[in-house]
Design a binder for this molecule. Structure first.
Ligand code: MRU
Length: 373
């Protein structure tokens, strides 16, 4: 079904937008580049409204990433790559040297938006590297800009392919009548395609398997309740929403056979940062002898750091906890600690599902073997 324009000035509400033939249902593309303009689905409005917004300036791209209008590690990287293009076009540069300046300025600015997801820095580094390499031999400004646009589009297309491959590698792990727990949102909204943690679910569903998903609501910003539940309901996958503090009970009741979550950064030893609460789920899974899988593309690995202890953890505004979604739920004057991510040690991870295959018992050697690094 085609997108229906509901509001002016680049804001549209989608009913449903098919993007790849292989999808049973894929309702939205969270990041789009059309006619050299950048659009995102404003995820802060989901699930009430699915509204597209244009990001015409680097400041708007920065704000959208910071405020989680676009979020999820791969989607942030894709948006930032296009954000560099926005920075170029915003300046309307007179020559190659000025274009290169625009790339550097946009990349520097966007790299300050969020610290944990390495995909942001990976995508910005790719754009920077292409710019620095292509600038000296560029025939003219337009061919230089074309080269950079091609790189941003390649980052986008590669992510789509990686997600599908993750889905295909992970789907056989989901058995008929399985119960799968997931945390936060690592679905289509967090990537450019099938998602990472949700990709095996989408593929298993396409293959006709029946299984149920339990989605943690994911305090404080409710990505599980607002986004994962929305995607799975739309796709016709059986999904049950639970509060974060119910996971232990649901595991004890033997409703869960496996856990699959996404990741924002994976260290060389296999330690994986993901949405706050993931570590707790991993501890619970171990206690209940339930396999715990992380699903992530190779762009989420940061092999420059040895362990998860070196991953920068974003701390967010206390108001997300005391006044979540505009309602005061914390006492006036209370101190708040609001880390947005935690690190699950590799020893608690059964396997990491990547586009190149599953890394069983992740450690430096097993990661290098599967990723070919
Ligand atoms: O703060 P968010 O919503 O950007 O956090 C997202 C997550 O933690 C996801 O699980 C992770 O980015 C993987 S997305 C495929």
């Amino acid at each position: 079904m085609s997108a229906k324009v509901m509001r002016g000035l680049g804001r549209r509400r989608f009913l449903s937008t098919p993007v790849m033939e292989t999808y049973v249902v894929m309702p939205v593309k969270p990041v789009q580049w059309r006619a050299r303009r950048l659009f995102i689905i404003d995820q802060t409005l989901l699930p009430r409204e699915c509204v597209e917004m244009a990001l015409p300036t680097v400041d708007a791209v920065w704000e959208a990433i910071k405020r989680l209008r676009v979020r999820g590690a791969p989607a942030i990287g894709i948006c930032a790559a296009y954000g560099v293009m926005v920075g170029i076009l915003e300046r309307n540069p007179a020559g190659v040297a000025e274009t290169l300046q625009a790339v550097r300025a946009a990349a520097d600015r966007l790299s300050t938006s969020r610290p944990t997801a390495v995909n942001l820095f990976w995508a910005l580094d790719r754009m920077r590297r292409v710019a620095e390499t292509a600038a000296p031999g560029a025939a003219n400004t337009e061919t230089f800009i074309d080269r950079l646009e091609a790189e941003a589009m390649a980052i986008h297309a590669e992510d789509e392919a990686m997600c599908l491959a993750i889905g295909r590698h992970g789907a056989p792990l989901i058995h008929e009548n399985a119960g799968v727990l997931t945390h936060c949102n690592a679905g289509g909204l967090a990537t450019s395609g099938y998602g990472t943690a949700l990709a095996p679910m989408f593929v298993a569903h396409e293959q006709g398997r029946k299984f149920s998903v339990f989605a943690d609501e994911t305090r404080p910003l409710l990505q599980g309740a607002r986004l994962t539940a929305w995607e799975l309901v739309k796709s016709g996958i059986d999904v049950t929403l639970i509060c974060d503090n119910m996971a232990a009970q649901v595991m004890r009741e033997r409703r869960i056979n496996m856990v699959i979550v996404g990741a924002d950064r994976i260290a060389a030893n296999g330690d994986a940062a993901n949405k706050i609460g993931t570590y707790g789920v991993a501890v619970l899974a171990k206690e209940h002898k339930i396999p715990f899988y992380v699903a992530a593309p190779s762009s989420t690995f940061d092999l420059t750091i040895e362990t998860g202890g070196q991953i920068p953890i974003e701390e967010r505004d206390p108001e997300e906890i005391t006044h979540g979604f505009g309602l005061q739920t914390g006492a006036d004057g209370v101190k708040v600690y609001n880390p947005a991510f935690d690190v699950t040690p590799a020893q608690l991870i059964t396997g990491i599902i990547t586009e190149k295959g599953i890394i069983e018992s992740p450690n430096r050697e097993n990661i290098a073997r599967v990723l070919g690094t």
